[in-house]
Design a binder for this molecule. Structure first.
Ligand code: AMP
Length: 171
């Protein structure tokens, strides 16, 4: 079994009910055990259109599902709980993101693990730090090591003027 951490959030309808219901459904997945669930915290929305505050939590599972099977099951639960993807970063009844899947690192269009923006999100850092401080510390250390690999004085490439060249359209 592989230990994974999943972030959960809701900012529409009965938010607490949606979160509890989603975790109940994860408990029923084949070959999957929910081990720990953080406290639920309320957070201001980050990005996207003006929308209501979120309830967020993180939970730990052990699973025999593959990363894509897990993603598929989580998306099935989102759909069953009324998640509609109309606006990017828009309000949602439920959002389930895979933060980590064991030590797996993957970067594919449909699945990036560890979740690429997780370390910039207080609504992930706080609950993950509560249930798995050692996992969070490990991720932060790796990020620190990656940053310090840059040679001193390295300047990040930044466009200072001019427009990005337009991509040629395919005929
Ligand atoms: P969201 O709207 O935040 O639920 O994003 C869902 C989209 O992100 C889906 O199309 C997924 O295929 C993709 N995705 C990429 N990496 C992950 C991840 N680690 N966990 C969940 N969804 C992911």
């Amino acid at each position: 079994m592989v230990t994974c951490y999943i972030a959960i959030g809701s900012n529409l309808g009965d938010r607490k009910q949606y979160i509890e219901s989603a975790i109940r459904r994860v408990r029923t997945l084949a070959n999957t055990k929910v081990r720990r669930v953080s406290r639920i915290i309320e957070t201001a929305p980050q990005g996207g259109p003006a929308q209501g505050a979120y309830l967020n939590a993180v939970f730990e599972i052990d699973t025999d599902l593959t990363p894509y099977q897990l993603l598929q099951e989580l998306q099935r639960i989102e759909t069953a709980l009324g998640r509609v993807r109309r606006i990017i970063d828009g309000p949602r009844t439920i959002d389930l993101d895979i933060l980590t899947y064991g030590d797996v690192i993957m970067s594919e269009p449909a699945l990036c693990i560890p979740h690429p923006r997780m370390l910039q999100r207080q609504f992930v850092l706080v609950p993950l730090g509560e249930i798995a401080p050692q996992v969070l510390a490990g991720l932060l250390k790796k990020r620190g090591a990656r940053k310090s690999k840059k040679a001193p004085g390295t300047v990040s490439r930044k466009r200072t003027h001019g427009k990005k060249s337009k991509k040629k359209r395919r005929p």
